[in-house]
Design a protein around this ligand. Sequence first.
Ligand SMILES: Nc1ncnc2c1ncn2[C@@H]1O[C@H](COP(=O)(O)OP(=O)(O)OP(=O)(O)O)[C@@H](O)[C@H]1O
Ligand SMILES: [Mg+2]
Length: 261
Amino acid sequence: MLQIHGLSKTFHSGWLNKQSFQAVRDVSFEIAASETLGLVGESGCGKSTLSRLILKLLPADPGGRIVVDGTDITAYSMKQMRPLRRRMQILFQHPDSALNPRQTILRSLLEPIALHRLMGREEAEAKVLELLELVGLHRDLLTRFPHQISGGQVQRVVIARALTLEPRLLILDEPTSMLDVSVQAQVMELLQSVQRQFDIAYLFISHDLELVSHACSRIAVMHQGCIVEHGSSEAVMEQPQHPYTQQLTNAFRALDPLSGR
Ligand SMILES: Nc1ncnc2c1ncn2[C@@H]1O[C@H](COP(=O)(O)OP(=O)(O)OP(=O)(O)O)[C@@H](O)[C@H]1O
Ligand SMILES: [Mg+2]
């Protein structure tokens, strides 16, 4: 459902923008409907920048292509993107900034439905209640503000909000990195059951190779802006080809007391 070809992003800075830095370099991959592709790489390698390019929240360098369901959207205007925005949602890396601090949880959940004029208020409220139950939250939370709920609950609210728009692709930008390990496992489980139930494709971004290898069928490894390796989770974990991936898997094996057997 998503194909990207040769996407790059150069940031310019300094006096007269003379300094330039290429954060994403010639990245290509595809994601099938209902599939999960893992994108792993160290901090600063360009993962979040790439996700913004895919959603056209940031303009890519000329030359790349983004194709959704066979339609080339590279040159789409903001207006043309609008119906697609609904189908391609992102869960941002920092849950703290994901919700408007001055809005109740209910308003935050109703807002995207109203924005896309999907249904009337009553129907929308019923849908919100249904999704709230699905993500395992009590309706008492609806009248609260973001600072009055926990980080794990914020992440569940954000997942419910993305689901209000019935997306086909969800970009998960380190969705659990700010959560403690036990909550992390619960959110991962929730994401997996949501995917099964609604047939959503995931681009799962993380710096944690172990987490990604469990959650994804295919992995792309990113290093300094480039995809250096791409393959099935088993292949990447068992026979890493690129020195950077070998480094990652070695670090992972060193932590596994059974790996020497
Ligand atoms: N708007 C910007 N202007 C200039 N440089 C930027 C901008 N946004 C990101 N960068 C740089 O691009 C590089 C990639 O950043 P990005 O946020 O994509 O990394 P990341 O892989 O998501 O890292 P992390 O795992 O820490 O979230 C970094 O060196 C960052 O400093
Ligand atoms: Mg990031």
